[in-house]
Design a protein around this ligand. Structure first.
Ligand code: EPZ
Length: 418
């Protein structure tokens, strides 16, 4: 297992290019299973979860040819309807393959994803709504067995919660369903729009994109496509907060700032000096004051930016309040941040964060993907050496983070854990 060592405090300077979004390409890669035509996806980020999904597709018989940072996929050779536990257990997003496999092959066997560090991560909304489309679903031995006699049926679905994964799974299942499927209370995250745009680029008929009411008219077949996903707004937010925590001047490019509108508005309210362009945000050294943040489904404050914001507000003037409403256990970065000298107190799903903490380097441990990013931000603002272990968590969602920060002038190195 690798570790990352940061010798802080660091000043950052320059420009960082954001990779394409993990949470767009994971459902898009699952959507590849719908087609039997060639699909080219460009600027695929080098992330553990993306590589796991490509391995899963390969195991299902999909032809995969890497061509630089593009990948050419040939799903015409799909020869299995089983997403097995050995891969699914390492990446929950494998559950996104259920809808596409079922609607294309009329049967699917997908391992239950199980929980993860941040929560139990149920899939009841995925399954109950697939049943409304005519799927017969049974759970046995840790697997979801789903089958239909013929095509799924278009249905009027209302999500009890705007679940990102359920919206994506059901949208894909509806592509070959007979008739019209309506998904009410659909999630609004930009990655949902990107998946819908990808499906339409293959010849699907998805309308209502960007609204809480998405309609999918079933089609009979799809055609070849060459597609590039949106920039990763969560990665962008991470670098923006790293720049603010170190009072640096950094330009974060190749993403759509409107995908971070709520976060950028909050940062500006706190005093952040930001130049916002069409596909970049330039951060200028800023004196920030405290905030009160409640995570919410899009367009609210993203839960995937909560940990990074918490690291940042240890450095601002005054005490902040951060409440996590989406996942039941997404504060594992708190004890690690407190090891660096932060003063964070938890009461239920609310964190009370004292500002202007003098952070001191210390050994800390990654516990989940976004918690890892929070530790990096705090380490950059800490006095002295911070050794961050179990960075495999970081590799799930950040492409070359240490080298991108090195290019910005951070004293950061990565090495094998002794
Ligand atoms: C997606 O997870 C993202 N993952 C997560 O990003 C992100 O945190 C989350 O959406 C919320 O924005 C990918 O896109 C691969 P949900 P997902 O279904 O689809 C409950 C990261 O850091 N729920 O919107 O699993 C669930 O328990 C990852 O990149 C049900 O109760 O999120 C949770 O409380 C972490 N039943 C809430 O909804 C269901 O059937 C949000 O889950 C489904 C979800």
């Amino acid at each position: 297992m690798d570790k990352i060592i940061v010798d802080g405090p660091c000043k950052l300077e320059g420009s960082v290019k954001i990779s394409k979004a993990k949470n767009a390409y994971l459902p898009i890669l699952s959507g590849v299973l719908l087609s039997d035509k060639k699909i080219t996806l460009n600027e695929i980020p080098n992330l553990r979860d993306i590589n796991t999904m490509l391995t899963l597709l390969g195991n299902l018989g999909v032809g995969i040819e890497r061509n630089g940072d593009s990948v050419v996929l040939d799903p015409s050779t799909l020869n299995s309807h089983e997403a097995t536990y050995d891969l699914v257990k390492t990446m929950r997003a494998s559950i996104f393959t259920l809808g596409p496999i079922l609607t294309r092959l009329h049967k699917a066997k997908v391992s239950l994803p199980g929980g993860c560090a941040i929560g139990t991560r149920p899939i009841d909304l995925h399954l109950s709504n697939l049943e409304k489309m005519g799927a017969k679903i049974t759970l046995e031995g840790g697997y979801v067995y789903a089958e239909t006699d013929g095509p799924l049926k278009g249905a009027h679905l209302v999500l009890a919660f705007p679940s990102v994964g359920a919206t994506e799974n059901l949208m894909m299942a509806a592509v070959f369903a007979e008739g019209i499927t309506t998904i009410e209370n659909a999630a609004l995250e930009p990655e949902i729009d990107d998946l819908a745009n990808f499906l339409n680029a293959m010849g699907a008929k998805v309308t209502g994109i960007g609204t809480k009411k998405i309609q999918i008219e079933g089609v009979k077949e799809l055609h070849e496509v060459n597609y590039t996903a949106i920039g990763d707004r969560i990665e962008a937010a991470t670098y923006i907060m790293a720049a603010l925590a170190t009072k640096s001047n950094v330009k974060v490019t190749d993403f759509n700032p409107s995908h971070l509108e709520f976060v950028l508005d909050e940062l500006k309210t706190m005093g952040a000096k930001l130049n916002i362009g069409d596909n970049f945000v330039e951060v200028l050294p800023s004196d920030l004051k405290a905030c009160k943040v409640d995570t919410a489904p899009f367009p609210g404050f993203p839960t995937d930016v909560q940990a990074q914001m918490m690291a940042l507000v240890t450095q601002v003037k005054g005490s902040s309040i951060i409440t996590e409403h989406i996942f039941e256990n997404r504060f594992m970065h708190v004890p690690e941040l407190n090891r660096l000298g932060a003063h964070i107190e938890l009461k239920g799903n609310t964190a009370f964060v004292e500002g202007e903490s003098k952070l001191k380097g210390a050994p800390v441990m990654c516990t989940d993907l976004r918690a890892s990013a929070a530790l990096i931000i705090a380490a950059l603002a800490s006095e002295g050496k911070t050794e961050i272990s179990r960075v495999y968590h970081l590799d799930r969602g950040y492409d070359n983070l240490a080298s991108k920060l090195q290019d910005l002038g951070a004293k950061i190195t990565r090495s094998a854990e002794s």
